[in-house]
Ligand binder design. Structure first.
Ligand code: ADP
Ligand code: ZN
Length: 595
């Protein structure tokens, strides 16, 4: 493995392997099939790129994402690696050249879409040229249960017959046991070595807070991420559009992305997000599959996703470069009501509904946790954590809990006395003893519960209602315009047979001040930082690639910190290899010198 380390250092400029990269590479070099499950950003690509450089012949990389092949190949070329792609986007002339290179043995890696690879003529062409290995990326696309299912992936099992003895490597970030089995079976892998890395993404900080004024809350988040790239997920297309426009007005350049936009416009926005520094993408869940932009610094959810799985996948797009990143979410009673209603009214069978309800409840419970949020997240996936993480909202600012039994009793009786016909707003008015028109209209000022909750604020009562609904002590009836109604759990609580522990919502005023964290630029370094980014952008535009393909943020950060003055010192930076030093070293050294 000495030569692998050498390549890692010389070509990629990295000092060490990450996670299970080394054992995976060893298995492939020994000719074994392998299944590699690594979280997003774990470094899957090196697992096949290094063997591709060491083994004789060309490595085939099967990828479902035609749109991304070009950037992946461009990034390899900048490292001085001989790579190309074959897909329907190539013009005939380029394609002829790629085929000629392949036949002449001049390529270390060829990226191909599955439908293209499986054509008889492609297989016939590739068979005689000497194949080093076959890497099947996004291997979970074979799963008919998942939402990324690709019909063409099912036929990939024939590769074993066409290329006997060639090691095949299946890679994915989706790791439940069922999908894993399906991958091995459907790809017909032979006694594969299995590499399962944990789900933890330690560089992502998790923050979940009750929704109050979500625009103000979002601005507060952005104050921690000035000029950084991020994704803001919203539920509806309309909200995507209005949020993107509003953010731009506020001086945070943002682009919309949703399935209702014309394909061209969508592609253009995605392209800009990848190419330009510090843009915000406001999107529905239509955006994200295979976005391997490494420097997404935050993923924000303005609306709740449907499950912990969806949440994990969406937030997984933050911080692929291993640098500090933030997963941030606000949620409120409205989200709970909307999602429950969506499940109830969806046209699927009862069994499926039960499953979806359970998933949603797991997510809601997770929102309200009072233990380390990361620990709870990992536990959901069957992973454990030895110690509290110290990098989630619960660890950083442990929520206070309180005995909410009496408050809940007041609320439930008020719901009962008003006839289980009113929504949260009116019930709270009655509790607070507010003399509104609606109160008088229904004579609610005469109820014994009128004003019995005046000791708490309106937001405090909202928090109680939300938590009661999450814990099923109270239900929202959407057939009756959002009326709150009692459930079978309400009675024991009213009779004092249950005690109820509730979480105290952090008050807006007490919310953490934006802190300067690792990965944030101090003011005196700002000029050098901007200059380094400008230099990177200029070089990237010259080459027609995204800026991070030139150097990651982490590399620029190190330049800022160590201020290398010579080529040797620059080479010592993690992420600077010989080829990039030769290409860009002078320009960056000049920028550092000037500041
Ligand atoms: P994945 O495909 O698993 O999501 P990638 O292969 O794209 O992840 O790698 C994520 C990022 O981590 C890339 O930018 C890559 O250059 C970087 N990386 C991979 N391996 C290492 C390593 N050993 N040391 C430092 N950075 C690494
Ligand atoms: Zn924690």
């Amino acid at each position: 493995m000495d030569s692998a380390r050498q390549i890692l250092r010389d070509i990629y400029g990295y000092t060490d392997f990450r996670g299970q990269q080394e054992p995976v590479i060893e298995a492939v070099m020994a000719g074994r099939d392998a299944v590699v499950l690594m979280p997003t950003g774990g470094g899957k690509s090196l697992c096949y790129q290094l063997p591709a450089l060491m083994l004789p012949g060309t490595a085939i990389v099967v990828s479902p994402l035609i749109a991304l092949m070009q950037d992946q190949v461009a990034a390899l070329k900048l490292l001085g690696i001989k790579a190309a792609f074959l897909n329907s986007s190539l013009d005939p002339e380029t394609e002829r050249r790629v085929l000629a290179d392949l036949r002449g043995g001049g390529l270390d890696l060829i990226y191909i879409a599955p439908e293209r690879l499986l054509q008889e003529r492609t297989l016939n062409f590739l068979r005689p040229i000497g194949i080093a290995l076959i890497a099947i990326d996004e291997a979970h696309c074979v799963s008919q249960w998942g939402h990324d299912f690709r019909r063409d992936y099912l036929d990939l099992h024939v590769l074993g017959q066409h290329f006997p003895g060639v090691p095949r490597l299946a890679l994915t970030a989706t790791a439940d046991a069922r999908t894993r089995k399906e991958i091995i079976g459907r790809l017909a892998l032979t006694d594969p070595a299995l590499f399962v890395s944990g789900f933890d993404r330690p560089n992502i900080q998790y923050n979940v807070l009750p929704k109050s004024d979500n625009r103000r809350q979002l601005l507060h988040l952005l104050s921690r991420h000035r000029d950084q790239a991020g994704i803001v997920y919203c539920m509806s297309r309309k909200k995507v559009e209005s949020t993107a426009a509003w953010l731009t007005e506020q001086g945070h350049p943002a682009l919309p992305y949703h399935a209702g936009m014309a394909a061209g416009e969508r592609a253009a926005n995605q392209h800009r997000f990848l190419r330009e520094d510090g843009l915000i993408m406001v999107a529905t869940i239509a955006f994200g599959m295979g976005i391997d932009k490494p420097d997404v610094r935050f993923v924000a959810h303005l609306d709740l996703p449907k499950s912990i799985e969806a949440y994990y996948q969406e937030t997984g797009r933050a911080g692929r470069d291993g640098e500090p990143a933030e997963a941030w979410m606000v949620y409120g009673l409205q989200d709970v009501v909307r999602l429950r209603q969506m499940v109830d009214t969806s046209e699927v069978g009862e069994a499926r509904k039960r499953e979806e309800r359970a998933r949603l409840d797991a997510l809601l419970g997770w929102c309200e946790v009072t233990e380390c949020r990361r620990r709870a997240l990992l536990a959901y996936f069957g992973d454990s954590l030895a110690e509290d993480c110290g990098n989630c909202d619960v660890c950083l600012q442990p929520p206070e809990t309180w005995d909410g039994t009496v408050a809940a009793q007041k609320l439930l009786s008020c719901v009962y006395r008003t006839g289980q016909r009113f929504g949260a707003g009116h019930v709270i008015d009655v509790l607070l003893g507010k003399e509104t028109e609606k109160v008088f209209q229904h004579g609610h000022q005469r109820l014994t519960t009128f004003g019995i909750g005046a000791d708490r604020s309106q937001p405090a009562w909202r928090s109680v209602i939300r938590q009661l609904v999450v814990q099923a002590y109270l239900r929202v009836d959407h057939d009756r315009y959002g009326a709150l109604v009692l459930t079978e759990l309400s009675r024991p609580l009213l009779r004092n047979e249950h005690r109820l522990v509730l979480r105290k919502d952090p008050e807006a005023a007490r919310q953490r001040k934006p802190k300067l964290r690792k990965g944030t630029v101090a003011e005196q370094d700002r000029q050098l930082w901007e200059a380094l980014r400008d230099c990177r952008k200029r070089l990237a535009d010259d080459q027609g690639v995204p800026p991070y393909v030139i150097f990651h943020d982490a590399v620029l950060m190190q330049m800022m910190e160590y201020r290398p003055g010579s080529a040797d010192e620059l080479l010592a930076i993690n992420g600077v290899g010989q080829v990039k030093l030769d290409r860009y070293g002078e320009e960056f050294l000049a920028v550092i010198n000037e500041h």
